[in-house]
Design a protein around this ligand. Structure first.
Ligand SMILES: Nc1nc2c(c(=O)[nH]1)N[C@H]1C(S)=C(S)[C@@H](COP(=O)(O)OP(=O)(O)OC[C@H]3O[C@@H](n4cnc5c(=O)[nH]c(N)nc54)[C@H](O)[C@@H]3O)O[C@H]1N2
Ligand SMILES: Nc1nc2c(c(=O)[nH]1)N[C@H]1C(S)=C(S)[C@@H](COP(=O)(O)OP(=O)(O)OC[C@H]3O[C@@H](n4cnc5c(=O)[nH]c(N)nc54)[C@H](O)[C@@H]3O)O[C@H]1N2
Ligand SMILES: [Mo]
Length: 757
């Protein structure tokens, strides 16, 4: 490699992931947000039987009763919420909303926890404190004046089952199925694709399966940062010599080498364990081609030698094999190589490893779902597993890595714009009102409705709606044009500052905090990535005496909006057992809900494919036929376009930026960088450290991100990467997977040009 010029804040990080570096980073995160006395006590209560569920990620815990599991990013999530900083009404009186909107989400959230319910005062352009009941009354009055279809009810996946259930109950009694949620930007491809393939939109593996698996194929996820507790599982598998084959355009340190901070010997000897046995730097959006290549190779060996496919499983349990096989065989190898950026020999080697394994798990994340063909990608993964009967046997299955800690639970309890007829019937029978049956809006459709003037209000149960979505150029003005916005949140963010004609900010309890209602101390429940439902009870004294719980805020809005409501809001809020009883009566799988969550570890919701039962229309698992191969996002030939991936740094939780480092990728104190392949830099006449502008290749509008520093990185040629949410301005609102509506955040055709200044 040529000697590179020095670029401020860019230096290679040679350590393994985890290890001492992670311990040091944890100590720093704690020092920034908390004092040294309360922090350890708080952290000890994470994921304990009588403690609270870690808001960091949705990876399960062994029986949820392990001794304190070290996790750097879990500690960041907890201390970020349990911070001692506060943002008070006095602060808001001194700072106009317009001035605050100049700040980044990092600076805004860093101000600390919200303490009082707030209303926007247009005359002074400030938020000021308001009484809860006055605020509810006004919100109710405005909502009563709107048609239900003009209101968008957003949910971010942090909300508990109880809060989310009450929220959908309120919105449905009010008359709307408009439930845009973070899942629409995340694992919607899983929710739409997997039911077609295996009859349920969830993963099929449990933690135990990782103990007996013979092969793990990891595609498009970055567990060292986003699912840190999964590193313990991968570490164990690697030490059992289980091959771990990784497909990722970027070299991610935690997928290469990891030191388990729980492992005393490894820590003491500065040792580490390899994670990936083979690392394939697939091109962004090249997974469909890679998967087709692997399956084409398998079909070829099967034809020549036989005994590769699980013929009995295919005959008994599946449908559509012949059409599927024909569609795979029809793709020529040169197209597979071109689109995937990988060689035929590499893909054949993966096929052989797969053919040798008697139990395979495929894990995947946003690198698979956030593409124009995300749903097709998910189905191709299911196809691969079906070929060798990798469902319903120990050590095998599909493992989507969910996002927010309760995003899966939110969907289970009814946060969906397309509710099933069965669910609506049960709600009607149990609750005594008729919920609407017409489908509502998903996240992108909600913004589109705002742009078109068809939506007049946004209610948000958590999240940072406008910043998480694509295309600020179009979404920001659409939100300020609404009649009403109501945000239930813990910390200030930019969406809160996009004030509509009237705007309210309702501060809520976080998961770490004690929730005391008329019936005493309450616990809530969440569902993890492996469909385990368990209880979580906060213990800390709330950040302010004026905070209310999410269920109580939802009930407050509901009572004020629907004076004749059929729902016993006061009773439900007094004791969340009552909410759980209602969930039990309206959502299948929650029999004896209250009893079963009192057992440490909770219980698992039914996953029919684990019993080889397929709730598809044919009653069998279905192979897919996907004609495409590329990511469907190619720019016209005359433009030297690259594919832009938008990614999370190590110091961030979605739009929440904890600090400015991305240690494992060697970026310190800054986020204004573009990761580029060395050859791409050269071909663009650029050098490591040059300032560039990134411009989306779209017809019509100009979407540009200016003055970004291009840096050389081990990333697949033709793919470039920049940080989310800064790069969201480059994603056009209609650049999405038409099957599931998820924005293609991981392959935006862009051109990179020297900065105009
Ligand atoms: N600390 C922390 N934890 C989190 C989050 C967080 O922001 N911070 N977010 C939570 C949420 S909501 C979610 S959804 C998950 C997200 O967890 P992940 O799914 O890990 O999400 P990302 O970091 O967006 O990207 C994943 C990886 O996909 C790779 N990739 C990009 N494009 C492609 C592609 O075309 N093909 C392949 N094979 N790989 C590709 C990227 O290089 C990156 O390593 O994590 C959850 N947990
Ligand atoms: N370019 C690009 N865009 C993306 C992605 C990407 O990879 N690339 N990923 C997408 C994905 S996977 C997701 S899930 C979305 C995330 O989208 P969101 O879920 O909308 O975003 P978050 O950043 O998680 O929301 C942060 C806010 O949540 C609030 N909050 C935190 N804790 C709580 C709580 O306990 N209760 C309540 N009520 N509020 C709380 C705080 O006010 C905080 O400011 O972004 C999507 N956007
Ligand atoms: Mo997500």
């Amino acid at each position: 490699m040529t000697t590179r010029r020095n670029v401020p804040g860019i230096r290679p990080y040679d350590e393994p992931a985890g290890g001492w570096g992670a311990l040091k980073a944890t100590a720093q995160a704690i020092r920034r947000q908390m004092d040294n006395i309360s922090a350890p006590i708080t952290l000890m209560r994470v994921n304990q039987p009588a403690g609270f569920d870690c808001p960091g990620c949705a990876w399960p815990d062994k029986e949820h009763r392990s001794t304190f599991q070290f996790c750097e990013n879990g500690a960041k999530a907890v201390t970020w919420e349990a911070t001692t900083r506060r943002v008070s009404p006095e602060f808001f009186a001194r700072n106009t909303v317009t001035s605050l909107l100049q700040k980044s989400d990092f600076e805004l959230e860093d101000l600390g926890r919200l303490t009082h319910p707030l209303v926007y005062d247009r005359a002074s352009d400030t938020y000021r404190a308001v009484e809860w009941e006055d605020a509810f009354a006004r919100v109710g009055e405005i909502l009563r004046g709107l048609s239900p279809n003009e209101v968008e009810f957003y949910t971010s996946g942090r909300a508990s089952n109880e809060a989310a259930y009450l929220y959908q109950l309120f919105a449905r009694e009010y008359g709307s199925n408009n439930f845009p949620d973070c899942s629409n930007m995340c694992h919607e491809a899983t929710s739409v694709g997997l039911p077609q393939s295996i009859g349920i939109g969830k993963g099929t593996v449990s933690l135990n399966d990782f103990e007996s698996t013979e092969l793990i194929i990891s595609i498009g996820h970055n567990p060292g940062t986003n699912h840190p507790r999964m590193m313990g599982t991968l570490h164990e598998a690697s030490r059992r010599n289980v091959p771990i084959i990784v497909f990722n355009p970027l070299r991610e340190r935690a997928l290469e080498r990891f030191t388990d901070p729980q492992n005393l010997v490894e820590m003491a000897t500065y040792g580490s364990t390899r994670i990936a046995s083979t690392y394939y730097q697939v091109a962004a959006g090249g997974d469909a081609a890679a998967l087709k290549g692997i399956m084409k190779a398998l079909l070829t060996v099967e034809r020549d030698q036989g005994q590769i496919l699980d013929r009995e499983f295919i005959a008994t349990h599946t449908q559509g094999f012949d059409a599927f096989a024909a569609s795979i065989e029809a793709v020529p190898w040169d197209r597979i190589e071109k689109e995937s950026g990988l060689s035929r020999a590499d893909l054949e080697a993966v096929a052989l490893a797969y053919a040798k394994s008697n139990a395979t798990i495929v894990t995947y994340g946003m690198g698979i779902t956030q593409h124009c063909n995300g749903t097709a990608n998910v189905r191709l993964i299911a196809d691969l597993l079906l070929l060798r009967g990798n469902f319903g046997k120990p050590g095998a299955g599909i493992c989507p890595l969910r996002g927010h800690s309760n995003v899966q639970g939110n969907r289970t309890v009814g946060i969906t714009e397309k509710p099933s007829a069965d669910f609506l019937r049960l709600i009607e029978e149990t609750c005594g009102f008729t919920p609407p049956s017409a489908h509502g809006h998903d996240a992108v459709q909600a913004v589109q409705a705002m742009i078109d003037g068809n939506a007049k209000a946004l209610i948000a149960l958590g999240g940072n709606f406008a910043v998480a979505l694509p295309d600020a150029q179009r979404s920001f003005p659409a939100i300020t044009g609404l009649d009403l916005s109501v945000h239930i949140g813990t910390k200030l963010n930019r969406t809160h500052l996009l004030v509509s004609k009237e705007a309210y900010l309702f501060p809520c309890l976080g998961r770490t905090e004690a929730d005391v209602q008329a019936g005493g101390h309450q616990s809530i429940t969440v569902e993890d990535s492996m469909s385990m439902v368990h209880a979580s009870a906060g213990k800390l004294t709330p950040a302010s005496e004026h905070l209310r719980s999410e269920p109580a805020i939802v009930a407050g809005i509901a009572r004020a909006t629907l004076p004749d409501s059929k729902v016993a809001w006061t009773e439900l809020i007094a004791n969340y057992d009552n909410v759980r009883d209602l969930i039990e009566r309206t959502v299948p799988g929650f029999e004896a809900f209250n009893e079963r969550i009192r057992h440490p570890g909770g219980f698992r919701l039914p996953i029919p494919p684990t019993e080889r039962q397929w709730h598809t229309s044919s009653g069998k698992a279905e192979f897919s036929v996907y004609e495409g191969i590329g990511s469907g996002t190619d720019a016209p030939d005359d433009i030297k376009a690259l594919r832009l991936i938008t990614i999370r740094s190590h110091d961030q939780y979605n739009t929440t930026v904890y600090a400015m480092d991305d240690r494992y990728r060697g970026v310190f104190g800054r986020r204004d960088v573009l990761f580029m392949n060395e050859t791409d830099l050269q071909e663009h006449g650029l050098e490591h450290g040059d300032l560039v502008d990134i411009e989306t290749v779209t017809s019509g509008r100009q979407l540009r991100l200016k003055n970004i520093t291009a840096i050389a990185y081990a990333i697949a040629k033709g793919s470039v990467a920049a940080y989310y949410p800064e790069a969201n301005v480059l994603v056009p609102l209609d650049h999405l997977d038409k099957e599931c509506g998820t924005p293609a955040y991981k392959s935006v055709p862009v051109r990179v040009i020297p900065a105009a200044r």
